[in-house]
Design a protein around this ligand. Structure first.
Ligand code: SF4
Ligand code: SF4
Length: 557
């Protein structure tokens, strides 16, 4: 295991395999303070902006909503709600193009802003330390907070280690290692207090023994701001550690290795080694949700690259279109060749500018031809092994490539495809310009789809088996009842004869008569009449007799 001393702290640091020293291009935007983006006229909010099930709409077209109002609820355990980023009217709930590698559309809620920014009622928890871990997680869940470092996993789940698991270390990831992106750097410089406040809340929720904040040594201002913020709150249980700048130090497994020397097991999670890792921006969002009652409705986005006139760090309402952001940054340059949501290595190419920024969108990158890793023509693999040398997950990328290309997904999994963090180091160094990460994403998507289909057919078979079993059971029960009745009849000596029926009817009539007599009520209409009733009957009889007499007389005439 490689290790090295960490200048300035007593903490020993380790190294992960591979990695790259890349031109960081951060100076384009790192000097730009966070500026609120202007309020857009229209916001498009995909119901799925996180790992897990899409949220379920709670509103209808035409409904008016307030800023911060929940407009879609979590649908299942691994899911996250959505909130209106501003006040306005719901104008559509429909499929719209979303930023996704597939380029496909997905259900979205569309809000037209009324320009008033009227908030819904908020419920802050100033005394959050009095809440237990479950209550805190619930506040964080209801606020729709997901990992803002790019993965988008619902944060409340990562804050729930389970009753039997002790959390040794909460790692806060302030590495921000991907070139161009500076939104976390600006957040740590300008809102260090929010990051520290969020770290304390997260530690309380996890009952973690310690907190370690890892920050790359190319961000000295952010490091100083966090150090000062820690000194102000006198927190000696939160350790701030500078780590060497090397891509992809910001990978969860890589940062944990550097800070603790521990390896997250293959296809495992940090909690398997009693560690939980969250991004610094997620910590700040947790602080806002808990102490101010604000749901996640905005995030900081770096808009940068040679293809944009004035790079910025903007505080952006979720759902704002990329086009709006580019316009606020002076528009694009004539040399723009490619728009990317995210960084140059892990981001996704945007098909058009109208796509919305989601909770995980940390950067809008406008690249010019040849600006960063834009390769020449694709050639055949020459088996140089460069990709394996730089892979931080210690994989064999060329083998993964062969198996993914051949659609041999079983073998791709044998080579630990799912340990690939899609960092793009392999593709960056590949002399054959192979789009390696695209092959890995394709293979993963296919494997997930096959697993889903398999689960579906297993479920359908289970349902079919259950229904058949129930039908057979019902049939057997009916047959058993019938057989029992038949047996009972057969046991009776005159069961089938007419004589037996007559005997049975007679016996029943006698039983009924005996019952009536026993009760003393053998009812007759003319029994027990009162004197008045008898007089009325006599009068009626007399009238009838008179009428009959008259009729006879008439007939004779
Ligand atoms: S770097 Fe490219 S060419 Fe070299 S072995 Fe890997 S995939 Fe093949
Ligand atoms: S993209 Fe995957 S295979 Fe390539 S270097 Fe990164 S982790 Fe390794």
């Amino acid at each position: 295991m490689d290790n090295q001393a960490n200048p300035g702290t007593t903490r020993q640091l380790w190294r992960f395999h591979g990695g790259l020293h890349l031109p960081d291009h951060k100076a384009l935007s790192s000097g730009r303070p966070i500026t609120p983006a202007t309020l857009p006229k229209r916001l498009v909010l995909p119901l799925q902006q996180h790992i897990g099930a899409p949220a379920k709409a709670l509103v209808e077209v035409g409904e008016r909503v307030l800023k911060g109002q929940m407009i879609a609820q979590a649908d299942g355990f691994v899911s996250a709600p959505l909130h209106a980023p501003t006040s306005g009217t719901i104008v559509a709930i429909e499929e719209r193009p979303v930023p996704h590698p597939s380029g496909l559309s997905a259900p979205c809620i569309v809000i037209d802003s009324d320009g008033e920014e009227r908030w819904t009622e908020l419920h802050p928890h100033a005394h959050w330390a009095a809440l237990d871990a479950g209550e805190l997680r619930n506040v964080i869940r209801e606020a729709g907070i997901v990992g803002l470092g790019g993965a988008g996993f619902p944060s409340f789940i990562k804050l729930n280690p389970g009753a039997r698991t002790e959390v040794d270390t909460l790692v806060l990831n302030g590495a921000e290692c991907e070139p161009y992106i500076t939104c976390d750097d600006r957040l740590m410089r300008e809102r260090a207090g929010e990051v520290i406040a969020g770290a304390r809340i997260m530690r309380h929720a996890l009952h973690a023994r310690r907190v370690v904040i890892g920050i790359e040594d190319n961000k000295p201002e952010a490091h100083a701001a966090l150090r000062d913020a820690l000194a102000r709150v006198d927190r000696h249980d939160i350790e701030l550690v500078q780590v060497p700048t090397l891509y992809p130090t910001g990978g969860e497994k890589q940062l944990i290795k550097i800070l603790t020397g521990k390896e997250v097991p293959s296809q495992g999670l940090p909690i398997d080694i009693n560690i939980v890792c969250h991004n610094v921006a997620t910590a700040a969002a947790v602080h806002r949700a808990v102490e101010r009652g604000e749901p996640l409705i905005s995030r900081i986005v770096t808009v940068t690259g040679g293809g944009v006139a004035q790079p910025h760090n903007l505080e952006v309402l979720i759902g704002t279109s990329v086009d709006d952001l580019l316009a606020q940054c002076g528009g694009t340059t004539p040399t723009l060749s490619r728009l990317v949501l995210g960084g140059p290595l892990m981001g996704i190419t945007l098909q058009h500018r109208g796509l919305p920024v989601t909770k995980t969108g940390n950067c809008v990158l406008a690249l010019t031809p040849g600006e960063f890793g834009q390769h020449g023509p694709v050639r055949n693999c020459i088996r140089c092994g460069e990709c394996a040398r730089v892979c931080p997950a210690n994989l064999l990328p060329q083998q993964l490539y062969w198996h993914a290309r051949a659609k041999d997904f079983d073998h791709a999994q044998d080579y630990n495809l799912f340990d690939c963090i899609e960092c793009g180091c392999c593709a960056y160094v590949c002399p054959a310009n192979l789009p390696l990460v695209q092959y890995y994403r394709y293979a993963k998507t296919e494997i997930w789809a096959q697993a889903r289909d398999k689960k579906k057919s297993e479920l359908a078979r289970e349902r079919h088996d259950f229904r058949t079993e129930r039908q057979e059971r019902d049939k057997a029960e009916r047959a058993a009842k019938l057989a029992k009745k038949k047996a009972a009849l057969e046991e009776s000596p005159a069961a089938d004869s007419e004589e037996a029926k007559k005997v049975a009817i007679k016996a029943a009539m006698e039983r009924a008569k005996a019952k009536r007599e026993a009760a003393g009520v053998e009812p007759k209409n003319t029994d027990n009449l009162t004197a008045d009733q008898q007089r009325q009957i006599d009068e009626a009889e007399a009238r009838r007799a008179t009428e009959k007499k008259n009729e006879s007389a008439n007939e004779r005439e």
